[in-house]
Each structure stands twice: as structure tokens, then as C-alpha cells.
Design a binder for this molecule. Structure first.
Ligand SMILES: [Zn+2]
Ligand SMILES: [Zn+2]
Length: 328
């Protein structure tokens, strides 16, 4: 991602003497390329690789020509969490929108399918053993969405589904002492929920204040706000427009591969969601082999000044993309 996000990862990956990221294949589930004839059941790997850019740390590059409108790859989130305002209207696992419920059901957690219910066990079995009233209240009253992702990750770690350092691969934002103090209340409430539920000490050992803030520092600049385009959009342009006009976010999610895309105010790649939190990366125009693929982290319709301000304050870098350099 941005210049100042990549220092430690850069050195870490360089030490591995690898230009391609080892997690690339793991977190990428499909590509548009038709499977080759020898192995029709296995999709070809997506036409991209992760490498280092001249000035912005790691980035994603095309390994062959990609045509405008092509689906480059899809990506499943490491974890996703519904917004508190939509929590009873979307699947608690994949964030798919659900038909309006009867009043009697409206206060309960819902899943869109048996499959999602089954998959959610990695966090839900642990989550349901604790009382989240105080923690959820804290998020609701302060309008916080990211601590909910930390809670979900903590439950996944406790169930043994993922390791506590799973997000270390993502670059963190730098935190001021004030920001760390602000996070204290959330940490205390999370820890308290687990302690009161009498989990074994060794299971909650990872849950230190340092872990909580380090995870939050990564989630803050790597989480994607999920807005479902909805319906079926074959036409790329209509999908791009639809995502701008989409209703309020259904939730937030964290991915590995999509986080490796650098930003551009005039991007050649678009990240979008159709029916759930599975991300789709699509080419907005023809991309040549070797060209870097970039997405726009913010609303492309904003003015130069607004874009520079948000990218600097929210993501910690000054944008020097071609569009910004041209003063547009
Ligand atoms: Zn679902
Ligand atoms: Zn720019």
C-alpha cells in the first residue's frame, strides 16, 4: 500500500528472497481465466503477482494483459462484521442482505444459509459463551465499527481457527499515545467479557493490550467498508456506478490480497461486492503485462484538495498519482 505503510513488510519479504507473496494463492479463490484443458477442475491462478514498487512499497502487478471489464480475482475476507445498524438484516457471517424479518425474529442473529452457519462456528461458538452487552454498547454509543472486527478475530483465535498474528502481514497505521489511550476502554471491555465467561487462562493469553492496539492499528487502514452493489450487473460500468450509489454499508471486512493494492485517484482496478463480503477485483480498463494494478481508496469524484486531505489524514500518505500531479 502506501509509501510509509510498507517499510517493515518490505524488509520482511525481502528477507524471504521472494517477490511473490506466499499467501497470494491461499487467499485467492478464483479467477476469470478459464481453466486450462489439462486440469479443467482447477481454475488458473489469477494474472497477478505481488512485488515491490519503486516508491510505494509492495504492490500488485499484472502477469499478462488484462482486458477492461475482466474479473481479475475474488477474495474472501479473513473476517467480516456487520454494521450495528444492519446486524439483524444481514447474514452474521457473509453480510448478505436478508429479507425483512418478522418482529419476533428481528432481534436475533441471522445466517443466510446452513453453510454460513457452519462456517461461523469459528467465532460464534466462542462468542455465544460470553456476554457482549457492555462491549457492543460501547461500540454503539461511540459509533465504533473496528472494535467489532477485533472482537470477531479474538473469538476466532480463541477457537483455534486462526493464529493471533494472522494480521501481522498487513501494514499498521502509526498510533499516537492519545489514540492508544482511547482504545483502552474497548480493550478492557473485551477482556472483561472473556474473563467473566471463565475461559481458560491459556486461551486468553494472547489478548493483551498490545495485541488489541496492534490489531486495531492494522484494521484501521486495511478494513474495507462493504457496500453491496446488489443484483446482477454484467456491465462493468453499471456496476461501478451502482457501487457509488449503493445503500449504506452493510459492514466491514479485512482481506489479505486486496490490501496489497496501492491507491490511485484514477485507478485501473475496481474493488466491489455484489451479494456478500466476497470481494471482486475488476479491471476498469485494459491493463498491460507488468503494469501495476491500483484501486481508489476513496471516492474518485472528490476534489484534489479533499482527496489529498483524506489520504493524508486517513491513510498517512501524500498521493502523487498521475492525476494528482496534473492538478486535477
Ligand atoms: Zn451468509
Ligand atoms: Zn492521487
Amino acid at each position: 500500500m502506501a509509501l510509509n505503510r510498507c517499510g517493515s513488510l518490505l524488509s520482511r519479504l525481502r528477507n524471504q528472497h521472494s517477490q511473490k507473496h506466499p499467501l497470494l494463492a491461499f487467499y485467492t479463490i478464483s479467477s476469470t481465466t478459464p481453466p486450462d484443458t489439462e486440469a479443467p477442475s482447477r481454475p488458473a491462478p489469477p494474472p497477478i503477482h505481488v512485488a515491490f514498487t519503486e516508491s510505494a512499497g509492495r504492490g500488485v502487478f499484472a502477469t499478462r494483459r488484462i482486458s477492461a471489464g475482466d474479473l481479475i480475482h475474488t477474495a474472501k475476507p479473513i473476517m467480516a462484521h456487520p454494521s450495528l445498524s444492519t446486524i439483524n438484516n444481514v447474514c452474521y457471517f457473509c453480510l448478505r442482505k436478508l429479507p425483512s424479518l418478522k418482529d419476533s425474529e428481528a432481534q436475533s442473529i441471522v445466517f443466510c444459509s446452513e453453510e454460513c452457519k457452519e462456517k461461523s462456528k469459528v467465532f460464534y461458538d466462542v462468542e455465544t459463551q460470553a456476554d457482549w452487552l457492555a462491549f457492543d454498547d460501547y461500540c454503539r454509543t461511540q459509533g465504533l465499527k473496528y472494535p467489532l472486527l477485533v472482537k470477531r478475530l479474538a473469538c476466532m483465535v480463541m477457537s483455534g481457527a486462526v493464529s493471533a498474528d494472522i494480521l501481522d502481514i498487513l501494514q499498521p497505521t502509526s498510533l499516537t499515545p492519545e489514540m492508544i489511550i482511547e482504545m483502552e476502554e474497548g480493550f478492557n471491555l473485551l477482556k472483561k467479557a472473556f474473563t467473566k465467561a471463565n475461559f481458560m487462562d491459556e486461551n486468553v493469553e494472547f489478548l493483551t493490550k498490545q495485541w488489541y492496539t496492534a490489531v486495531l492499528a492494522r484494521i484501521r487502514i486495511n478494513a474495507f467498508r462493504i457496500e453491496l452493489a446488489g443484483g446482477l450487473y454484467e456491465d462493468l460500468l453499471s456496476s461501478a456506478a451502482a457501487s457509488v450509489e449503493a445503500e449504506a454499508a452493510v459492514g466491514n471486512a479485512v482481506y489479505v490480497l486486496p490490501s496489497f493494492y496501492n491507491h490511485d485517484c484514477d485507478p485501473n482496478t475496481h474493488i466491489m461486492w455484489i451479494e456478500n463480503a466476497d470481494a471482486r477485483l475488476k479491471a476498469l480498463r485494459d491493463i498491460e503485462e507488468g503494469e501495476e494494478l491500483r484501486i481508489c481508496y476513496i471516492d474518485t469524484s472528490m476534489s484534489y484538495d479533499a482527496r489529498q486531505r483524506i489520504l493524508s489524514q486517513g491513510f498517512g500518505f501524500q498521493c502523487n498519482c498521475f492525476r494528482c500531479l496534473s492538478g486535477d
